[in-house]
Design a protein around this ligand. Structure first.
Ligand SMILES: C[S@@+](CC[C@H](N)C(=O)[O-])C[C@H]1O[C@@H](n2cnc3c(N)ncnc32)[C@H](O)[C@@H]1O
Length: 268
């Protein structure tokens, strides 16, 4: 994946390059997103990051393709803005620190395979603070059979989030609000969505990023209680099996009246 993207930026110009994205422009122009610390996750050539810097944000932007970051540096210099540009991998962040008021992801999470999506969320959550906003743009549709086959052959992680997946993955930490999108398109790709997600501090109380990290996809509060419940059911089932195993032969040999209350009936 990384080599593939790096070569694409180095030797060509990917189709998504070409200025800041319309939803981001609209949200900033309307004042719904106000200046603060912003982090662009998978920034490519940095068009969104540069736009944010031009509008008063203090911007960090990262991408795992070194050639994308080199191009973004040149563009930022030409635009006369300061953007902290880092080569870093969202499935193993090493260079980005601190917390941000705005996280922006245009087309990166949907690129990742299922397990890497979990890892990405674990890596990114600590970078959000109470009150942060997360702007996520992704392809979103249910992959058709032939798309699943093509995906398994090509060196892409993935193509799209499934409908409902953003809520399922991020709804524990953010208020997931779909601000734009198109579904069930007869053309290819089959749909897309833009989510603006304020950090949901109430939800976070039941599952912090650290708990998510420790327990994988289960909220920590659920983990121990489900384990306890499962243990109790198993213990009670085992008790009944042992009880019946001992009582049945005893009742046959000695008669049920010898066993006291609760003994099994042998049909007499
Ligand atoms: C579809 S492009 C979008 C680029 C940019 N956000 C834009 O809108 O122009 C996805 C970007 O994510 C980057 N990327 C994919 N997986 C990544 C990872 N694990 N860590 C960091 N960047 C990644 C790719 O190099 C690519 O630049």
């Amino acid at each position: 994946m990384k080599l593939f993207y790096d070569a694409w930026y180095r030797f060509g110009s990917p189709p998504w390059v070409g200025g800041p994205r319309s939803e981001l422009v609209e949200l900033v122009s309307s004042g719904r997103l106000t200046p603060g610390r912003a982090l662009d996750l998978g920034c490519g050539e940095g068009d969104n990051a540069i736009f944010l810097a031009q509008h008063g944000f203090t911007v960090t932007a990262l991408d795992f393709a070194p050639s994308a970051i080199a191009k973004a540096r040149r563009k930022a210099r030409t635009a006369g803005v300061e953007v902290e540009l880092l080569v870093d991998d969202l499935t193993d962040l090493r260079h980005v620190n601190g917390q941000f008021d705005l996280l922006v992801d245009y087309g990166t999470l949907d690129d990742l395979g299922g397990r890497d999506r979990d890892v990405y969320i674990r890596e990114v959550l600590p970078l959000a603070a109470p009150g942060s906003q997360f702007l996520l743009w992704c392809f979103e549709w249910d992959l058709r059979r032939w798309e699943r086959i093509v995906k398994s052959i090509l060196p892409f992680g993935n193509l799209a989030l499934a409908p409902g997946e953003a809520e399922r993955r991020l709804g524990r930490f953010f208020e997931v609000d779909r601000v734009d999108g198109e579904s069930d398109l007869p053309t290819w790709p089959g749909g897309w969505a833009a989510y603006l997600m304020p950090e949901g501090s109430i939800r976070r109380r039941t599952s912090t990023p650290q708990e998510y990290q420790r327990d994988g996809r289960w909220p920590a509060v659920l983990g121990p209680s489900v384990q306890a419940m499962t243990g109790a059911i198993a213990a009670s089932w085992l008790g009944e099996v042992v009880h019946n195993a001992l009582s049945l032969p005893a009742a046959v040999l000695l008669g049920p009246e010898t066993l006291g209350p609760g003994a099994v009936s042998v049909g007499r």
